[in-house]
Design a protein around this ligand. Sequence first.
Ligand SMILES: *Cc1c(COP(=O)(O)O)cnc(C)c1O
Length: 432
Amino acid sequence: MKLISTKNNNIISSFKNALFYPMPSDGGLWTFKEIKKMDDTFLKTLHKMSLPDISYNIFKHLDNNNEICDNDLKKICEQTFNIPLPIKKLENNLYIAELFHGNTLAFKDFGATFLANIMNYFINQNTQDIHILTATSGDTGGAVADAFGNTNGNIKVSILYPKNKISKVQEYQMTTQSQNITCYEIDGTFDHCQDIVKRAFMDNEINNNLSSANSINIGRLIAQIFYYFYIYANTPVKNKENIVISIPSGNVGNITGCLIAKKLGLNIKTCIGACNINNTFSQYINSGIAPVKKVIETYSNAMDISNPSNLERIKHIYNNNIEQIQQDVIGTTTNDEQTVNTIKNIYEKYGYIIDPHTAVAIDGFKQIQSNNDVGIIISTAHYCKFLNIVEKAINQKLSLPTRVDNLFSKQTNKISSNNDYNEWKKIFMVTV
Ligand SMILES: *Cc1c(COP(=O)(O)O)cnc(C)c1O
C-alpha cells in the first residue's frame, strides 16, 4: 500500500510502517497516495457478499503491493468483521445501521479490532516488541483494551483516562481486561491524559517501542471504509442514489471512511457530518473556514472535540477544494435540548431507543431532508453507555443488557496517578 503524508507528498510509507509509526515525521497524517474506483463487478455484486468478503476485496484493492498475503488477510477479515451489523427500518425513508454490536458496544470496535489483529499479524512475523500508549475520553479505551486483550498478549497496552469523567460501563470495559492491558486513572481531565501521552512519545527514556492506537491510526480508519458498502448493499431501497448517510461526527474519522468509500465508487447522494455544538467541522463545511473553539461538554460526549484531527485527511483527499467537499458533505449542528427531544420523539413514534450520538445524526438528517431522500443513520453506540441521559429523555428506567450486567461482577484493575508527567512516568516505569 502506498501512503503519503498529508503535509508533504514526498514523504511515503508502507502500511505496516504507518501502523506502528502513525505520525509522519513532518507532523502530517498518513493518507492514500491515490484512491482508484473499485471495479464494476465488485460494485454490482456487493449484495451477495458478506462484510468480511467486502472488507477483503477493498483492502486488496488498496494494498496494491500485497503487504499481507491473501490467506492471512482473509483470516484477519473473518476474525474481525464477524460483528453483527443489523439495519433497522423505522419508516420508508429512514433506516438505522446499528454499528454498536461489538464487545464494547460502540462502532470503535470495528477499527480497534482490525488494528489489533493486523498489528498482531505483523508482530508475529518478526518478533518486534511493541507497547501501545493511548489516552481516552471513554469509548476508544474500551475498544482498544478489548481488541488488544483478545490478541494473544504479545502487545502491551497502557491506557490513560480521566478519573470520574467516564461512564461506569466505559470504566468496566477498560479495567476488566487481560494482563497485557494496564489502565491509569488520572486525577484530571482528558487533556491532561493526552498531554502525558504526548510527552511520553517525546521522552527518549521510554519512547523506543511506543506506538499509538488513537483514531488517527490509518489501521483504524481503513476498517471504517468497508462497512459503508455493506450497509449500502443491505438497505432495502430501490433508488440507492437517493441515499443520504448521516454520521455523528467528532474527530471525523468515521465520516472520512465514508468519503473514501464514495471515492471508491459508493454511489450515494451525500453524507452528513452531524455535530453537537462542538461544530468546528460543520462550520468548516458551510463556510470553508474551521473556527478555533473551546470544547463544551455535551450529552454526546464522544463528539466533544474542538479540533477534528481527520479534517486534514478530508482536505487532502479533495485537494483542499471546499466546493467539491460541499458536494459530498453537508454539515449540521444539534444542541443538547434537540438531542433529548429526538431521543424522546423516536421512542414515542417507533418504540426504538437511541443513544445521544445517534440522536444527533437523526436530527441532522431531519434538518436537511428533502422529498426523495432516504436517510441511513449511523448508530455509533448502544444507549446503555449513556443510560442516565436516555432514561431521563424517555422518562423510564431501563435495564442493562446481560453482557454489561455481567461486566460489573468482574474484578477491576487500575493504577491511580495525579496528572504530573514525572509522577506518572515513575509509576509507568516500574509497572511495565
Ligand atoms: C468516537 C465516537 C463518535 C465520533 O466518531 P469520529 O470518527 O471521531 O467522528 C461518535 N459516536 C460515538 C459513540 C463515538 O464513540
